[in-house]
Design a protein. Sequence first.
Length: 118
Amino acid sequence: QVQLVESGGGLVQSGGSLRLSCVASGSIVSINTMGWYRQAPGKQRDLVALITGGNTDYKDSVKGRFTISRDNARSTAYLQMNDLKPEDTAAYYCYARRLASGRYYAYWGQGTQVTVSS
């Protein structure tokens, strides 16, 4: 099992920055991918960014503004968000994928709210 705890959300003005953190605990050795998804009210949950080893992947609308990173020593993933826009407003969820016994297992955090005012 893996537990994920996010922090760092809040209210920020358009053009501002926030840094989200996600601390993983439990069976963290077998985590191969971590990432962030977001969900705005009335919308589906969408991928924001993923990191697997040294490879990263981003939603097109956040490329150049958001940066995902991972500190394996601290079992933590980060999402640095710059030049925030009102359309970035959503609940942001940390995601982890673990490989065990030939199967993948997905885990989610409880979410942290990001609100960007215009």
